[in-house]
Design a protein around this ligand. Structure first.
Ligand SMILES: [Zn+2]
Length: 449
């Protein structure tokens, strides 16, 4: 007996494989391949004969002279179906309208795009099918196909949770010194055969070392020496509340301690109640800052909406001197006493530059870093959990390598953004007067312009 050639449906463009003597594992696989061939070549067929043991297919345009046909039959005592005779060439015109697109076929076709973005709407799927396969799909077919494909994709999402511990172990094996933890719980109200996911924490050794040795002791999403964001650790939690924040921060402290060689960490956050409390508990010595944008949002929510007021809040926050701050506050009081009262209650060192701690060497008052971070992970955050973490890890790795390359070309010990600032400020240095006052100490007066 000749060696059999088997049809492999996962080959790209597998519809081009169909030929005489090709074997299929079942009649169902053969029928699926037949349909796929016709949708992709935009032709139509009909079964001249269709039984479990013998199938004869003709072109729908046979009476107009198209001689396409296929004869397939089941091999005795097997499920195998084999193409016995065929003429694969359609001489009839192709047409996007007559193709037999089924829900099943479409579900398979749109699976890759749903995997990339499970939120892709039906319209996008219709458009994609049109571009990719030139087929016209009705909304109802597309809708059902989407639902079918989502089930498969989400099934895979579930599947990835089962392998999470294996995955994390692989990360630890490849990156010794990393901290990767997943916790589970038993849901007594909804008993399940396997434990349920609760929290996950993920800090790569390289991220930790880079943060401890190269970054200022300032945590939001972390900030590197060049004022770019520097992700230290990631977490996934079932819900955001005081408990999950406390757990995450505790894991973080296990990795990076409560301070680096540059000092105690300063932590900037949004003013969510649960988070603030958790920071106080886990990092009790850390100076805290509140995001000014968040403060201002609450300020507006409290009823103070005039544009004039915002200017004064900014003035009070951004001023580097106590005098400047007080000037802003006095003007605010004159403008609206209620607003002043509201704002005056917030501890100054959390939102006014003049009163902030300076060990962390950043005068940042807004926490928009987390938005930058969210943007960075936008394309991977909807993926199944393992792929999401792999995506984030890969992004970090690529970014770190780019930084390495940039450093090769940097001229000095100072980071590029700051050397640029320094150059800019040197222009004004000519107006300054410096007198040496002792070893390593100078008296500098700003002079007249
Ligand atoms: Zn034909």
């Amino acid at each position: 007996m000749k060696d059999r050639v088997w049809f492999n449906p996962s080959t790209p463009n597998s519809h081009l494989l169909l030929c005489k003597s090709l074997c299929f594992e079942s009649v169902y696989q053969f029928r699926e391949a037949l349909r796929d061939f016709h949708i992709r070549t935009l032709r139509s067929f009909h079964y001249h004969r269709n039984s479990p043991t013998r199938i004869i297919v003709w072109c729908s345009q046979r009476e107009h002279g198209c001689e396409f046909y296929m004869c397939a039959s089941r091999i005795a005592h097997e499920r195998t179906v084999c193409i016995k005779k065929c003429n694969m060439e359609h001489i009839c015109p192709s047409s996007a309208e007559n193709t037999k697109v089924t829900t099943k076929w479409l579900a398979k076709a749109v699976e890759p795009s749903l995997r990339a973005d499970p939120r892709a709407p039906v319209d996008a799927l219709i458009k994609n099918s049109k571009v990719k396969f030139v087929v016209d799909v009705s909304r109802s077919v597309a809708y059902r196909a989407r639902r079918k494909a989502i089930k498969v994709v989400q099934g895979d999402q579930k599947e990835q949770y089962y392998r999470l511990r294996d995955y994390l172990q692989a990360v630890i094996d490849a990156n010794p010194g990393s901290r990767c933890i997943v916790t589970t719980f038993e849901d007594l109200e909804n008993p399940a055969p396997t434990p349920r996911f609760k929290y996950m924490f993920y800090c790569l050794h390289a991220s930790k070392e880079g943060f401890l040795n190269g970054c200022r002791p300032f945590i939001a999403t972390g900030r590197d020496g060049n004022n770019n964001i520097y992700p230290i650790a990631f977490g996934v939690v079932d819900k955001e509340d005081g408990d999950s924040w406390r757990w995450f921060l505790t894991q973080l402290r296990c990795c990076i301690g409560s301070g680096s060689k540059f000092g105690t960490y300063t932590i900037i956050s949004n003013t969510q109640k649960g988070l603030l409390k958790a920071i106080n508990e886990v990092f009790p010595d850390s100076p805290q800052r509140f995001c000014l944008r968040q403060i201002y949002a609450n300020f507006q929510f409290a009823g103070f909406r005039a544009a004039e007021l915002k200017k004064l809040v900014d003035k009070a926050s951004y001023s580097f001197t106590k005098h400047g701050h007080e000037l802003g506050m006095t003007l605010l009081k004159a403008e609206c006493e209620g607003a002043w009262k509201w704002l005056d209650k917030i501890p100054k060192d959390t939102w006014c530059r003049y009163a902030m701690d300076y060990n962390c060497k950043t005068d940042l008052v807004v926490n928009n870093l987390s938005e930058v971070f969210n943007k960075m992970i936008l394309d991977v955050r909807a993926k199944p959990i393992r792929r999401m973490f792999e995506g984030i890890r890969t992004k970090q790795m690529i970014k770190r390598q780019k930084t390495r390359e940039k450093i090769e070309y940097s001229r000095w010990m100072i980071t590029p953004n700051y050397s640029e600032k320094l150059e800019e400020n040197k222009k004004y240095a000519k107006y300054c007067e410096a007198h040496k006052a002792g070893p390593d100490i100078w008296q500098v007066s700003s002079g007249e312009k």
